[in-house]
Design a protein around this ligand. Structure first.
Ligand SMILES: *Cc1c(COP(=O)(O)O)cnc(C)c1O
Length: 368
């Protein structure tokens, strides 16, 4: 164990593994790419990368070079794909670490070719085509020419062709159907080959089976959340992350006292106030001031006053509380649960944002 810290994230490893097998059952594709960018959606990059690779992931998806290096330097052998735009400054290192790169312009393809020649290396590339996200990806009209360029240079190993869905978090969205059709017709135009075709994210995986092709790239659902914010018990995925802390202070406060910055809460009667060492510096957003709650002894108690950077206060009323007792800010305790979705609704955000904002200083504890 590292240095003690009074607040932490707990990851239920078995639950994560179960989610992966639920995703696998949903898939009609052969391959699963688990997205572990942004510190594995806050769950911890290296550990989750290892668990995913030992639990049937075929590919890992990252956003940037640093993430790829962390995985490779720990000895992880699985194919890794850097999703999205390629930066010139990354090329040498990506080639050295044998990371798959996305190519979506002739300009970048030429840069990669030049570096391959200089270093005597081959590049494993995925051609990214844009079917309507308007983020990265070569436009469809230019895709055949770029593919032709990649296939005619021996330094490239064209491993995959992919695109990204813009509206798959909603069921039956006509635009998703349009993107799937565009992707399929490009595939038919290119013809059969050994290329891995991939389009689906979590929304595609769960809501659009016709988007699966050869591989799905799933992040959020592996961590236990559906992208439309619903919980469908038949889906069988469930969150594997909890946010917990130890009470750092206890006091009895008289009626009529203001609590915290700006005194945004005032006690109505004499009550017991605990201090919890979690604040907006821990990703526990300030918008949760006077709205959030914690579980203590299996009972819900309201957060009162403004969330500070490193702490927040909770009115536990007459409940018994001691310094060092465990509270749960996200997750289950006894029969009670504070879901991440509930917290996100209160803070006007979504699980994607909340999870990726969970900072390094919160230790990740992995339980089986
Ligand atoms: C992040 C990302 C994914 C995974 O998205 P989820 O909605 O979390 O499943 C898939 N593909 C690309 C290109 C991404 O950037």
């Amino acid at each position: 164990m590292g240095i003690f810290h009074p607040a932490w994230i707990e990851v239920d490893v078995a639950r994560f593994q179960k989610n992966l097998s639920v995703v696998r059952k949903k898939m009609t594709s052969r391959l699963l790419c688990v997205a572990i960018k942004a510190n594995a959606y806050g769950h911890g990059l290296l550990r989750m990368g290892k668990i995913a690779s030992e639990s049937g992931a075929d590919y890992l998806g990252v956003a940037c070079l640093q993430e790829a290096i962390v995985l490779r330097e720990s000895g992880l052998q699985l194919p890794i794909l850097v999703l999205g735009a390629l930066h010139e400054e990354w090329i040498d290192s990506l080639l050295h670490h044998e990371v798959d790169l996305s190519v979506s312009s002739l300009y970048k393809a030429k840069l990669v070719a030049a570096r391959c020649e200089a270093l005597g290396k081959k590049a494993r590339v995925h051609l990214e085509i844009d079917t309507g996200m308007q983020r990265t990806g070569v436009r469809l009209e230019s895709a055949p020419m770029l593919l032709q360029f990649l296939q005619s240079h021996s330094c490239f190993d064209v491993v995959g062709i992919y695109s990204h869905l813009a509206t798959a978090d909603q069921k039956n969205h006509p635009f998703t159907k349009k993107q799937i059709d565009l992707f399929r017709s490009f595939k038919e135009q290119v013809g059969s080959s050994s290329i891995i075709w991939h389009l689906a994210n979590s929304g595609g995986c769960f809501f659009y089976p016709e988007s699966h092709f050869d591989m799905v790239r799933v992040g959020l659902a592996c961590y236990g959340y559906l992208p439309d914010g619903t919980i469908d018990p038949t889906d069988g995925i469930a969150p594997c992350l909890s946010l917990k802390a130890k009470i750092s202070y206890f006091k009895v406060v008289a009626a009529g006292e203001g609590i915290g910055y700006g005194h945004s809460y005032r006690t109505k009667r004499q009550t017991r106030i605990i201090t919890v060492p979690v604040g907006h510096g821990d990703g526990y957003r300030r918008a949760l001031s006077n709205k959030g709650a914690v579980l203590l002894g299996g009972t819900r108690h309201p957060i009162v006053g403004a969330i500070c950077m490193d702490q927040c206060m909770v009115d536990v009323g007459r409940a018994e509380a001691h310094v060092g007792d465990e509270v749960t800010l996200i997750g289950k305790q006894g029969n009670e649960e504070i879901s991440l979705q509930e917290v996100c609704n209160l803070a006007d955000t979504i699980p994607y944002e909340f999870l990726s904002a969970l900072p390094e200083r919160l230790p990740r504890v992995y339980r089986n």
